[in-house]
Design a protein around this ligand. Structure first.
Ligand SMILES: [Fe+2]
Length: 367
């Protein structure tokens, strides 16, 4: 028995779809949320200006791993604006930040209230339309928003069905210029989403089929996109892989690899997806050692045998210019720093629950 899936965000997908962006947006004033360099490179502000039928309020400069301060500032600007909806154009950080701004501007409350669970979202606040410019995070179709709280040296998240975006408009042509390091990091994030959702304790035959197909697509297209960045089939393949992994983990969540990645990213600046992939192989092995069944088929989807998955993934990361061990990242915090992270919900979210002892074994094996 399994619960029927709920996909709350309608997805429209198409090559150069953003040329008709205006036809997918409501009339009225718009609050546009952008990142930094990539928004200039792609001319996103100009794109939004010609699409929006109303006044355009621009909030630009959301940083990678957006901070509490950024989302507080954005929420205040949104509240003071005449906007009727939010348009987020960028990577996962931009979309996560936009979802938080919309929530806080609509219902009040501080970011910390929502991030610590003191306050629950009553609704999305403002409708959020997402145009992702990277294929990896899937924030455009998930009910999650991750925010960095420097004061606590941690990344916290809101997970609630109320913050599903109103619509996702996915145009893989926007990813043609994605730099190599981001192609690697976002591709590895997709792999982590697909594997972790596959072994989630809530996974079901439908979510697992999306996870598996996503892994097959990454296997087929990630190195191709890296070696041939302007290849339409490879960029389309990665966008589809991202959607499929997102459809799976939006339902069943991620697990311990995501939890372990947070302090590594905060302390070293290593991109999120790469940090998640560092412990994917060791977690796969640990789950099998503890008796997890059925993991063979996802290793096969990756083109590996269960016994070789960890080494095959390391080799792929090496070929893609990413560090493939924790020691190669310069992370100095050690297991104490990792275990100081809030990971309760993540530890239990695997087909066989993991504990802190398992985290130590996974870290040791990923050094
Ligand atoms: Fe992720």
């Amino acid at each position: 028995m399994f619960k029927t899936m709920e996909w709350k965000t309608p997805v429209t997908y198409g090559w150069q779809l953003t040329e008709e962006l205006g036809s997918y947006l409501p009339e009225g004033d718009c609050f546009l949320v952008l990142g930094g360099l990539s928004s200039d490179r792609l001319g996103l502000e100009g794109m939004a200006k010609s699409a929006v039928r109303g006044k355009l309020h621009v909030f630009k400069g959301v940083e990678p791993n957006p901070t509490e301060r950024t989302v507080e500032g954005g929420a205040a600007s949104l509240r003071a604006s005449t906007a009727k909806f939010v348009l987020a154009m960028g990577g996962g950080s931009v979309m996560d930040a936009a979802k938080m701004m919309a929530l806080m501007a609509g219902y009040g409350g501080s970011a910390r209230d929502y991030l610590t669970g003191k306050r629950l979202p009553e609704g999305p606040g403002y409708p959020v339309f997402c145009v992702p410019t990277t294929p990896g995070t899937s924030s455009e179709i998930t009910p999650y928003a991750v925010v960095t709280v420097p004061e606590l040296s941690s990344k916290l998240s809101v997970r609630h069905p109320a913050i599903y975006p109103k619509a996702a408009l996915i145009d893989p042509s926007l990813t043609l210029d994605l730099p190599l390091d981001q192609t690697t990091a976002t591709g590895l994030d997709i792999l982590a989403h697909a594997f972790e959702s596959f072994w989630s304790r809530s996974s079901d035959p439908i979510t697992r089929s999306f996870s598996m197909r996503s892994v097959q697509l990454v296997r087929k297209h990630l190195e191709g996109a890296w070696n041939e960045p302007s290849s339409r089939p490879h960029r389309e393949g990665m966008s589809l892989a991202g959607i499929m992994a997102g459809m799976s983990f939006s339902q069943v969540g991620t697990s311990v690899c995501h939890a372990i990645s947070y302090p590594i990213t905060l302390d070293t600046g290593l991109p999120h997806g790469t940090a998640c992939a560092l412990t994917l192989g060791a977690t796969f092995d640990r789950l099998r050692e503890k008796g997890a069944k059925g993991l063979d088929e996802i290793a096969e989807a990756f083109g590996s045998s269960p016994g070789s998955f960890k080494d095959d993934l390391s080799a792929l990361m090496h070929r893609l210019g990413a560090p493939s061990s924790i020691s190669a990242t310069g992370f100095k915090g050690g297991s104490e720093r990792v275990l100081s992270t809030e990971m309760k919900g993540f530890l239990s979210n695997s087909c066989i629950p993991l504990d802190r002892e398992d985290v130590l074994i996974i870290l040791e094996s990923s050094l």
